[in-house]
Design a binder for this molecule. Sequence first.
Ligand code: DP6
Length: 330
Amino acid sequence: MMKATAVANANIALVKYWGKRDKKLILPQNSNISMTCDGMTTTTTVEFSDKYKEHSVVINDEEFQKDEKDIHGHIDRISRLAGIKDKARVVSESNFPVAAGLASSASGFAALTVAAAAAAGLKLSPKDLSILTRQGSGSACRSIFGGFVEWHRGKMPDGLDSYAESIVDKNYWPEFRMIATIVQKGKKPVTSRAGMAQTVETCPYYEGWLGTVTDDLKMIKEGIKERDFKKVAQAAEHNCLKMHALMMTTKPAIIYWIPATIEIIQNVLAWREEGVKCYFTIDAGPNVKILCLEKDEKEINKRLLKLEGVIETMICRPGDGAKLIDKHLF
Ligand code: DP6
């Protein structure tokens, strides 16, 4: 049977990916690091069959509208690799807001790739699955692995050395937490794909970013291995602010923050002054992810939920990489 279902968790970057050196193969300008988030999950079933006349993709009960992230093209890429001509039916469900800087495309493309590859009869290693996933959406290649993950920039023009790899698995540092704090659920004004391309082209500080990212990578990798919360979280917050400085100094400016974003940032800084150990990171959207440890999670979550602009929070610990499951969505 040419049908398979996969689940994948979203991931949140601690060292960000913001810029490609090859847009077609999706090769990043710099290596980057993320945590795979338990519980921010996409489940996807793929079936290839000659009964389908064309690919159909349903995401969260809605027929997928074509956008810059070419899901159909990604399915074609996988069926080409497997040498099959059949069309696919894809049904996908996520348990968190799509396209609001909450990495829905990461869990989405990882689940799609793992399910479609299995449905097409391909037997690929996690490394090769991550190379294949990367060509659908860059950050998604990190969601193939659980725990803390590095996506290597690579040097080769064909991208075969640009893949994700586990730094440590989810059980190495189970106390680490990301509290995804939702302040807006709508779609973002500028997609990450278009935004990062514009940044590479026009931001005068891009060289400065590339020049300092190596230090952030080193610091965060060491910090993860040493389970040194402050080392990791401080460097992650700094890296996030550098990325947003790039966005803001792109022409035209890309500003993802809304008042509630700043409200959270200011509060996190104030709480830290009081001795509460929390830091923040923000992706291509207004929502803020708070980094903390298990022992402080309840107190910080309580404080977050009291802020005016906060709609809801999701507390995530390090989660599993993408995997196949038996229960199909159709
Ligand atoms: C800000 O992976 O969505 O979340 O490769 O064009 O699909 P494409 O971009 P995408 O960009 C993610 C950007 C980010 C930072 C990160 O996750 O590293």
